[in-house]
Design a protein around this ligand. Structure first.
Ligand SMILES: [Zn+2]
Length: 885
């Protein structure tokens, strides 16, 4: 072996350095002799020189591999005929086309990073996106090398009766030594990141799907045998997704079988490997007793997301990893549309925007801010971010708004037909939308290259004499790392005008001969500042802007409490009704934070209580929307609105507001709780979910009254619950109540559910986010609990991740104990699983936005991490970006 020293500093990869591959691969034949401690991989590659390449040597990627042999056109090479480093294999002399045969050994049981081939319980499985395939064999591990794969799996027949890989099952047989083999062939050329294999002793639930052209597809879900009764929901979701993609995007499935496998140890949510999706078990398994409504909802959306990748990602893939949002932004938009169609569109939009604002806006305002198409990275795993996914989806969503549903469909049809079987860029995507609609989207593409959240400043001026409303829209965008100046964006602003009675007013600009026939229209802001003049307005209108959140921007529009309360009651757009309520709450709560800071009496305006009372009593509003309108903005989101975040003041004010609302509206909460708390057989549908969500919001407020009767009611709900939604809602509330009943509830819950990993993770989380002062003490104790393993990413996220991200008042404790705790855990985790370790660093993202004392403490913890020996590239990149000036 001639392995060189690892590079001293992790290397930066830049988009500008992209070069087409020097060699292409037509076919790959892989043979795996599977074993947990040592797996032998034989790879045969039919390669040829790329006419568009630069004619360099043949370089293959490979990490953590033991090389057994390498042969070129049947001739075994000696050590001086190739060169190896820690991560490459270089062949200086190769003909224009040739066959390479490489044999390597790998060690799945030593793989705690969960990239490449690893084992999860008794299952052997793979995760190759983004760069895991190079841990399996030497290969040009880049998405623009697409090849046809044939895979033969050989393994002990008793231990691993199921052997799965991409494509269609081609042949199988028994061997004399007790092993068996299965051969898979995938006719669709694919990059190595979409390769997958699974070996296990699994329960398989089957179903059928008939595609729009009448082909039969076998659907299979593989799970641990004890979970055999938790597959129905994922299977139904898959069939819904397959039908939906045919109806809405005209996309048909293209293999004889579609398989989903659930594994317990997984770095992400799920992976769209061609024909063989591998899922984090938490994103597949559901039964009413063990999964909440939110879990059911997430599973439906993730099953859809991964399935939709079959076209947006697999058939048309990314040229390089800078284009990650090409597949992720578009596919997130597709899964959001799917969920909206299957459930409630208004609720879907509210939840998507809520997530975008609380997570992506924070990322865009912090040291990791990057464009939807980044320019450089050290570790690509760090760029699986809310910016690439959620903001990327908003960007594609704006293209849909600008072209309309039909124009957008023409664009996506052209994109799929033009680029089928290719590895392309976000520019190619935009070009297809342009060409199909005869549009110029040059300026629009700044959304892909400029980071930061634009600010939309709105000013309205009404002239009663002329009956004219002047609406001025201005935009700016704060500086982000490496981007001090920004050019104006194209911002679609959906808006409407309301009369004092809440009716829609005509929308006619002074350049038009008649009003548009709609209550909402889209103004397109392309300059720094533009003024729109609406005419024939006989009364001063109330302006409703950014309906449906038509662009991922922050709106600055000075409105008094009365106007916001009016919009909360009367806006024609459900999203904006909710949003007006949130803006009203934020405006009021931030003023109360100032009162708290200067020891003044906290003043909760009557108008808010009055409005919330109306919302609570209004039987005509979807209960799911009522539940969201009654929910207070999170402490993290409130903190993001302050120049210097004051965690203690926010916590105190939010608690006070909740108690005040609870006291004043107690009778209403009581009435609605009782009406909604009806015994019914659990079903996953929008109407039942809406009822349960409002019921549990009411219970939360009732508990906040401090009335001991309500604790009894909560315990009763837990006792009678036949579903996890109601049980967990009760437990969450009990965990914030000091006393013996809390301990009893936690103990009873664990005793009942200790055999179920997904439920135990919920039990860890409720303790991690508890309001009570012992939260960190408990989290530390739970690290030693038999239910917790540092090697399991779901455990880490449920306990450490939830404490650090969703328990701000304790994570940001003045003594720095939360920060020290996180730093210690990250250093331990980094040795096991760098991807998961780097993810946890996100809790420090906004560290410069706290007071000087806390900043100093966080900086100390970050410096402790940065100064540690042998950091992974993952953690190295993020910690150094956080510490950079
Ligand atoms: Zn995806």
């Amino acid at each position: 072996m001639n392995i060189a020293e690892a590079p001293a500093q992790p290397q930066i990869t830049r988009l500008d350095d992209y070069r087409a591959p020097d060699y292409l691969i037509d076919t790959v034949s892989l043979e795996f002799e599977l074993d947990a401690s040592e797996t032998r991989v034989t790879s045969k590659l039919k390669m040829r020189r790329n006419p568009e390449g630069q004619g360099g040597p043949c370089i293959l990627n490979g990490e953590y591999l033991t090389l057994v042999s390498i042969a070129l056109d049947g001739k075994t090479l000696t050590g001086n005929e190739y060169q190896r480093t820690t991560d490459t294999l270089l062949l200086p002399q190769v003909p224009a086309s040739f066959e390479l045969e490489i044999v390597t050994l790998i060690h799945p049981d030593q793989n705690t990073a969960l990239e490449g081939l690893y084992h999860s319980g008794a299952i052997l499985c793979t995760q190759c996106e983004a760069e895991g395939f190079r841990r399996i064999t030497y290969y040009p591990d880049r998405p623009d090398v697409m090849a046809v794969f044939t895979v033969t799996l050989i393994a002990d027949a008793k231990k691993w009766p199921m052997l799965l890989a991409n494509g269609n099952r081609q042949a199988s047989g028994e061997m004399e030594d007790g092993r068996h083999w299965v051969r898979w062939h995938d006719p669709h050329p694919k990059p190595s990141y979409l390769f997958a294999l699974v070996a296990g002793d699994l329960y398989c639930q089957q179903d059928q799907f008939t595609t729009m052209s009448g082909r039969q597809v076998l659907l299979e879900i593989y799970v641990d045998p004890e979970n055999h009764n938790k597959c129905d929901h994922a299977l139904n979701s898959l069939k819904q997704a397959m039908r939906w993609d045919e109806d809405v995007y005209g996309r048909e499935y293209d293999l004889d079988v579609f398989m989903i496998v659930a594994v317990n140890d997984f770095n992400m949510g799920a992976m769209e490997n061609k024909g063989l999706n591998i899922f984090n078990a938490a994103c597949v398994l559901a039964s009413p007793e063990t999964a909440t409504d939110a879990d059911f909802y997430t599973i439906q959306s993730i099953v859809g997301h991964e399935y939709f990748h079959n076209w947006s990602g697999n058939r048309v893939t990314c040229r390089d990893w800078f284009q990650l949002s090409l597949k992720e932004g578009f596919t997130v938009l597709r899964d959001q549309q799917f969920s909206a169609d299957m459930n409630s569109a208004a609720v879907q939009r509210i939840d998507d925007v809520d997530q975008l604002r609380s997570m992506q806006f924070a990322e865009d305002a912090g040291p990791m801010a990057h464009p939807v198409r980044p320019d450089s990275y050290i570790e690509i795993s760090n760029f699986y971010t809310v910016t690439i996914y959620e903001k990327g989806a908003e960007v594609v969503g704006m293209l849909k708004t600008l072209t309309g549903p039909e124009g957008f469909r023409k664009g996506t049809d052209l994109y799929f037909s033009r680029h089928d079987g290719q590895a392309v860029t976000t520019d190619d995507f935009v070009k297809a939308i342009e060409d199909a609609n005869q549009l110029d989207l040059t300026q629009f593409k700044r959304w892909y290259t400029q980071a930061g959240t634009p600010v939309l400043i709105v000013e309205a001026h009404y002239d009663a004499d002329k009956q004219v409303l002047e609406l001025t829209l201005r935009q700016s965008c704060p500086a982000t790392p490496g981007q001090p100046e920004k050019q104006p964006f194209v911002i679609p602003v959906a808006m409407g005008l309301l009369s004092s009675s809440g009716a829609s007013l005509p929308l006619q600009l002074d350049t038009e001969t008649s009003a548009v026939d709609a209550e909402t229209r889209v103004l397109t802001l392309t300059e720094q500042s533009q003024t729109f003049r609406f005419i024939h307005l006989t009364e001063e209108p109330v302006v409703s802007v950014l309906r449906g959140f038509s662009a991922p921007v922050k709106v600055k529009f000075e409105r008094d409490n009365e106007t916001l309360a009016f919009l909360m009651a009367h806006d024609r757009d459900s999203f904006n009704r909710w949003d007006a309520g949130q803006q009203l709450l934020i405006q009021i709560m931030l003023r109360m934070v100032e009162q708290y800071q200067s020891d003044k009496t906290l003043d909760l305006p009557e108008i808010l209580l009055d409005r919330l009372q109306h919302v609570l009593d209004d039987q005509s509003i979807d209960p799911a929307l009522v539940a969201r309108m009654l929910s207070l903005p999170s402490e993290n989101y409130l903190a993001a609105q302050m120049t210097i975040a004051d965690v203690d003041a926010i916590h105190a004010v939010r608690k006070y507001v909740k108690q005040q609302i609870a006291q004043r509206l107690k009778a209403g909460f009581n009435t609605r709780y009782q009406a909604l708390n009806q015994a019914q057989v659990y079903e996953f549908n929008a109407s039942q979910m809406a009822q349960r969500s409002l019921k549990n919001v009411c219970l939360g407020y009732l508990m906040a009254t401090g009335d001991p009767m309500q604790t009894q009611r909560c315990l009763k709900q837990m006792k009678q619950a036949d579903n996890m939604t109601d049980l967990l809602a009760g437990l969450r509330l009990m965990v914030d109540q000091p006393g013996p009943e809390r301990e009893h509830a936690l103990r009873a819950f664990y005793e009942q559910w200790q055999h179920d990993r997904q439920v135990v993770d919920k039990w860890l989380t409720v303790q991690a986010v508890s309001d009570l002062p012992d939260a960190l003490f408990r989290v530390k104790a739970l690290l030693k609990h038999p239910a917790f393993s540092m090697k399991n990413p779901n455990n880490v996220r449920a306990l450490i991740g939830q404490f650090c991200r969703n328990n701000p008042v304790h994570f940001h404790a003045k003594d720095g104990s939360g920060y020290r705790f996180l730093a210690e855990q990250i250093l331990l985790l980094d040795k096991l699983n760098p991807q998961v370790a780097a993810r946890q660093l996100g809790a420090f993202n906004s560290w410069r936005r706290y007071d000087a004392e806390r900043q100093a403490l966080m900086k100390k913890s970050l410096s402790d991490i940065a100064g540690a020996q042998d950091l992974s590239a993952d953690v190295y990149e993020i910690v150094n970006k956080y510490l950079a000036d």
